[in-house]
Design a protein around this ligand. Sequence first.
Ligand SMILES: Nc1ncnc2c1ncn2[C@@H]1O[C@H](COP(=O)(O)OP(=O)(O)OP(=O)(O)O)[C@@H](O)[C@H]1O
Length: 939
Amino acid sequence: MIDSGGGKDTCVQVALRIRPQGNREKLEGSRVCTSVLPNDPQVTIGGDRSFTYDHVFDQPTPQHVVYESCVEQLVDGLFDGFNATVLAYGQTGSGKTHTMGTAFDTAVVQNEQDLGVIPRAIHHTFRKIVDLKAQALEKGILEPSFDVSVQFVELYNDDVLDLLSDDRNSSANIRIHEDNRGEIALHGVEQRSVIDLDGTMEILKNGALNRTVASTNMNEQSSRSHAIFTLHLKQQRVVPSLLEDVVEGKTGDLEMEMLTAKFHFVDLAGSERMKRTGATGERAREGISINVGLLALGNVIAALGGANGKVSHVPYRDSKLTRLLQDSLGGNSRTLMIACCSPSDSDFVETLNTMKYANRAKEIKNKVTANQDKSSKMIGELRGKIASLEAELLEFKQGRRTVDVDGHEVVNDQYHENIYLTSEVNHLRFRVKALNETLDILRSENIDLKAQKELASIPASVGGEGEDDAVQATFRKYLEELERTKSLLYETQSTCDQLRKENARWKSGAKAGGEFNSAKLIELAKQDIEAKRKALAETGTSDYSSMAGNGGEEDGTSNEADEIDEDEADDEQDEEDEEEQRQNQEAEALEIDLHDVMIELDIKEKLIDQLERAERQNQQIRETYEKKLRELMNRIKDTETERDKVLLEGDGKKGKLSDDQMKKIKQEYELKIVELKKELKKIEALDKEHLKVIAKSQRELQEKSRLKSEVVDLKKAKVELIKKMNEDKKKQKQQQQANARAMATKEKQTRLQANKIRNLEMKDKQREQFLKKTTSEVNQLRKEKAQAASAARLASRNVGKPAAGTGRNTVVGGRRRAVGAIKKEISFSPKLAKIKWNVLERKIDQCVRKRQTIRIMESELERYLNERQNVMIEIVENEKLFTKCQDIIYRDGILEVIDSAKEKLQYVQNQITYQQKLIMDVDQQIYGFGEKFTQREKE
Ligand SMILES: Nc1ncnc2c1ncn2[C@@H]1O[C@H](COP(=O)(O)OP(=O)(O)OP(=O)(O)O)[C@@H](O)[C@H]1O
């Protein structure tokens, strides 16, 4: 089972798949050289060499078993944000494309059982999406949203080609990019969004058919490139851990999280031997490129699975293939390598190599973590915060909440008071309406009473009751008219009062030159605009001149030689920083200017608005005046005619109304007319005054149009300024990009230099250690020599006076030690180093010779394999001849030939087995020696 990961070290999983023997192999008489024990992930090759992997699939294993055993769980992990990679490796024709499921044949409809890993994974992904959505619906929570997209590229002759692009030559724009989290991504490659199985399968099929394929001796449809199909999955879902809490009622908040993961399906091109594939020309060139890529991959695997798990330098950058697979090997990905091999002994060497390659890959440790977007969690929190703050702000705006002098938040009483007062106002409005209605009733009653009173004061009429009613009605009419005129007069008076007040305010404003003097304001604004415009023009020219200056400087800089000198690099860096700072300052200045212009525009527009409003007001006032004048004049006219009519009627009814009464009525009317005329005069005077105001506003209007044109100018200036800012920003961006490029090159060079320095330092250290060791050895020898010399001196002094029984022995012993020491001194010399060197050379020579032996044995094996093929052909042809031939004598002869061919076949087969065994033995020896050699080197 694949580990769950979670930031822990996870080993690369390895599965070995042995394909069934092909017809050609059977015809050639190839024997099966691999054996797998049932229910044991172990494979044995050549009878006695065994390898153990995470999974071993023998010849008849169907596609779904491979998928379900080791790929399905990787697809499941994709939905928890874990990256995954499936890597198919193996010799040409070993079944990689078949296993991955990209062997599409336009003529043949693929059987569902034959579907490989990729189609099954796509199917699984879309089925899981539907299931997860249904589960969410069932639980009554927010449905997760998914965004699936695919990429399909091939690495052909170390060029990355987009298999989904119409332009096959677009590789120039494709870049391999490593982001700051160390994730590898391809830029310039089409990433197609997909929504269902059919659409994705169509894309996969089209891409696979675009892949470079050619026929070789080993495979009819041999892939000539490494292909990488990538499935990207973006998922937004409710955080599952919190979901349980919500279901249990512990919390009511659901949090969303964003998960991203990618699944690389890598179908590597098969390793091949030119001799066997028969590749020449273009095919040979492709073969070399394939092998180079695989060799680089092998080096990366070897470095990652290094001794004791210590990884020093991993040569990812040696090829594009390894660079693209950087995440998958030693990075953040659950990786499965499916090593494909042939069971036939004719592919013995390749199969053995594949098994060794896969064995090394088992040692690689990846660090797997879920790609969860931490910011999505934060966004949820921030959204909640914004909502509560908005609600709070609304309360502040409404005045419900305030802050007291101590800075404490308090709920405002005024808010409640306002609500109370608003309801009171509504109530009072209602009351006013009711009172108005009562007033109307009282007024009409008053008129009735007045009319009755007037009538009572008139002596009893001659015309009887009917005539009295008529007179009362006339009185009523007059009195009503009188009341109406009175109320109109009150209204007009109050309007006049208001206008008078307003006029006085305007006048006082004009006198004081206060803030309401629009003419003055406009004047001020004009002056301001002029000043700003001048300032802007000056800034603009200075900007351009400074920019031009910069351009010159830049040219100068770009022409400088690109020497890798640290001081120079620092200076350049400083200059670049200064330049950047200056440009930033300029941009800031421009932005301030733009801000000022915008404020100016705002002020001007507000002014114009104010003027327009004043103009509208004037117009309205003027219209009201004119209306009032018209009305008053009409009313005077009406009252006059009414008076004349009443007097005439009074004349006609002589005897009914006395002269005094007539006079009184006349006087009343005259009085009214005089009052109305007075009013008219007043309004005419006001009208005149208002006309003056209008004339003034006309002048202001002219100012306004001037202002408007200035605003247009200012807007133009703003557009120009924005354009200029954009241009500057563009230039700045280009400059920054150029700087970044230069920096990257410098960094690369620095890195290279650092590497060089490190290597040299290491060598120095080694030399130092060697020197130390040698010096201590020399010192030791010197010491011994000195001891020997002193012993010799002592011995010579003691000559002639030997100690009883020991004298001679001591001398001899001393001499011997001295000679030994001298011998030792002689043994440490260039001669000794030469001997050591020779040993080393011999060992290297031995190793090379063993490798050469393997090569010879391999070609010998190949010779026997060819021979077996020929013998098989001979046997088959003779058997055919035998069945066809009727002649008994001739048939006997054929039988004899067949028998001897079979004997030869047996011999050749034995030779093949022997050669394979030999190869394995020597291979093991070299491996062992190689280990020892490395150890010695370390020592
Ligand atoms: N497990 C299998 N069952 C049946 N047939 C298989 C199996 N594996 C491979 N084959 C057949 O073997 C042939 C070669 O397989 P395939 O093209 O997949 O090899 P390959 O490793 O991709 O080769 P190359 O590296 O040259 O592209 C094909 O005809 C394929 O159908």
